[in-house]
Design a protein around this ligand. Structure first.
Ligand SMILES: Cc1cc2nc3c(=O)[nH]c(=O)nc-3n(C[C@H](O)[C@H](O)[C@H](O)COP(=O)(O)O)c2cc1C
Length: 202
């Protein structure tokens, strides 16, 4: 399935906009067939391909962590940037302490794709959970919600034993740039950075 097909399918289905989520993004890949080929496009190639082919607005996502990243997405003619990882350390999220600690430390530099979370590929921090396939060998991960529920139960049991390395900590490749501050403050910071990035360009 190529980007022409995706663009046409989204338009035909009457979508108002399409999110171009590149391979660096946290969370699940936007794919329909996990057994199909994934070209694993980065945010800019994907955004430009969709902008060229779509009549509906394109929103860029994946690895955008600050105003300079938003400015870069807008420069690719995306109408907006979608951000996830950048907000995880805001006190308003329900991320637990172990997730926050991992994301705020050196672990943030290492993310990986795994299908252990749900049976479908998703990007998360490279921890003991994400390494389970290598360490114990899992021939086939059961579909959602079996793997998802089992993973949560497994993490809970591990946490009860004082082990916090089995959380499915979703994170994009921009994770080391994450900032811990209230959402409102972060939005203000992003606005100021975006303004500065655009001002410096002219
Ligand atoms: C903790 C977390 C949970 C997410 N859950 C979902 C989800 O359930 N469905 C979805 O389409 N995207 C989900 N995403 C992906 C975001 O919608 C967004 O596209 C992505 O975070 C952008 O990449 P970034 O994290 O590098 O900014 C999630 C992201 C994070 C960080």
């Amino acid at each position: 399935m190529d980007q022409n097909f995706v663009a046409r399918a989204a338009e035909t289905a009457g979508m108002d906009a399409i999110v171009a989520q590149g391979i660096k993004a946290s969370g699940h890949r936007g794919i329909f067939d996990p057994a199909g080929h994934d070209d694993a496009l980065g945010i800019f190639a994907l955004t430009r391909l969709l902008v060229r082919r779509c009549r509906i607005p394109v929103i860029a996502a994946g690895g955008i962590m600050d105003g300079a990243g938003i400015a870069a997405a807008l420069a690719q003619e995306a109408v907006a940037a979608q951000m996830g990882t950048a907000f995880i350390l805001c006190p308003e999220t329900d991320a637990d302490e172990a997730y926050r600690k991992a994301l705020a430390g050196p672990a943030a530099f290492h993310t990986c794709m795994t299908d252990l979370i749900s049976g479908r590929p998703a990007r998360c921090l490279q921890n003991r959970f994400a390494s389970l396939s290598d360490s114990v060998g899992i021939p086939q991960v059961p579909d959602y919600p079996i793997a998802y529920d089992a993973g949560k139960a497994f993490n809970k049991a591990a946490r009860n034993c004082g082990e916090s390395g089995f959380g499915a900590y979703r994170a994009g490749q921009g994770a080391p740039l994450v900032r811990a501050m209230p959402v409102g403050q972060l939005i203000d910071r992003l606005k100021a950075e975006l303004h500065r990035a655009r001002y410096l360009k002219t």
